[in-house]
Each structure stands twice: as structure tokens, then as C-alpha cells.
Design a protein around this ligand. Sequence first.
Ligand code: MG
Ligand code: MG
Length: 258
Amino acid sequence: MIFLKTDDEIEVLRENNLIVAKALAEVAKLIAPGVSTLDLDKRAEEYIRDNGAVPSFLNYNGFPNSICASINEQVVHGIPSAKTILKDGDVISIDCGAYKNGFHSDSAYTFCVGDVKEEVRLLLQTTKESLYLGIEQAVEGKRIGDIGFAVQQHCEKNGFSVVREMVGHGVGRHLHEEPEVPNYGRRSNGLKLKSGMVIAVEPMVNLGSRDILIERDGWTCRTVDRKPSAHFEHTIAIRKGKADILSSFDYIEQVLGH
Ligand code: MG
Ligand code: MG
């Protein structure tokens, strides 16, 4: 079942996604060699609670923390730990959600730690570009396959591979709602997009092969070939002509000096 959101509900979703955008910016301030992923988790949780919200991920299907922190070959769903210390040359995806006034929010950004290899920087840049190319397609009257096609084309054209098993999703009163939003697909295929749908578009893109596995902790998803992976995510509302991006990278990129 797909729940279309009213304009008022979309404003609540925007407010919550703004909390996440700013929580990610707080995390961005801390990212440096020597910092643990648990330190990042604590700061995100603190920021979310200080703003009257609850971390969407905490206890979601038993997930133990407020962010997913996925380093290098980890694709998504990395569990923060005091033992996981960032080092120069790492890349780390931080995925975060906040729940307030009956609605969730969901956004992710992949950060460089210190000096990162050129090919990995290009992976991050291409993945972020593919997110916006997917969002360009996410307008009333287009189909889910148009989003995935745009993402996949851009990533594969640049020599990267797109994860298939993990997909974007509807966002609303539940963190994960219908429809599924794959990062691959065929043009003019799949569900027709309607104004008022709110979805998370979240390409997960690998430097090497697209194959992934889940670690024994039951959560951490990593590449089989242990090559790095990148992940960027926005929550957006479908509209006529142009999608309304409810989350934001502006606060993060101010911190990063972009
Ligand atoms: Mg997410
Ligand atoms: Mg998501």
C-alpha cells in the first residue's frame, strides 16, 4: 500500500529531514582520523534528541544505534563501535533518520577521512551525481524504472557497479514503506509516480563488483571483493515537473567547505 502525503504531512517530513541534515553536519564536524564510529553515533543521537525527535534507526528491527556507519568496503548498515576508529584514507557512509510528530526521515552521505585515493573520490562524486540524476526523473507521470535507469546509467558509464539487493523506499509514518526504489531499471517501467508520494532515493555504488554479503553480526553489508562502496540518500516528495528534496546536504557541505 502506498500512502500519498498531504501538503501538511510533507512539511512535517521536511522538518524531520532538516533535523537529520543538521545531525549529519554535526557528525561531519567530528569526522577525522582517530575518532570512533560510536563517537559519531552519540553526537547524532544527542542532536536528534535535543531537537525533540527520536532516532528512527535505534531499535529498528533490533538495530542497536542511531546511525549506520559503514566504512570502506561496508556498503550500508555498519554498526557503530568504540573499537572502530577512523583512519586517514577511509571513506565512511553515515545514514541517519529522525522521528517526530508521527513521521520518519532518512538521509545518508559518504565522507572522506583525510587523504582519500583519487579513484575512491571519483566513486563518491559519481554516486552523488547519480542520486541527483535519479531525482531529476522523480516527477509525476514518470515511473520508478526511470529513476533506477538514470542512476545505473551514470554509475556504469563511469566504470562502477550498482548494488541490486538494497533499494530505496517510501518514507512516512513508517521508516520503510512501499514502493521499493531500485537503483537499476528500465526506462518507462514500473510503478507510475504520483504527486504526494514521498520516497528515499539512495544509490549504493561499488568500485569493483556489485556483489555484496551480510556479515555475521546480521547487519553489516559489505562488498564481496572488499573494494570500497559509496552511499548517498535524499528523501524527496514527488511533484509535477520537479521533485521537492526534503533532506539537504547544504549543512554538511558548509562544514566540509565545499
Ligand atoms: Mg537511510
Ligand atoms: Mg533509506
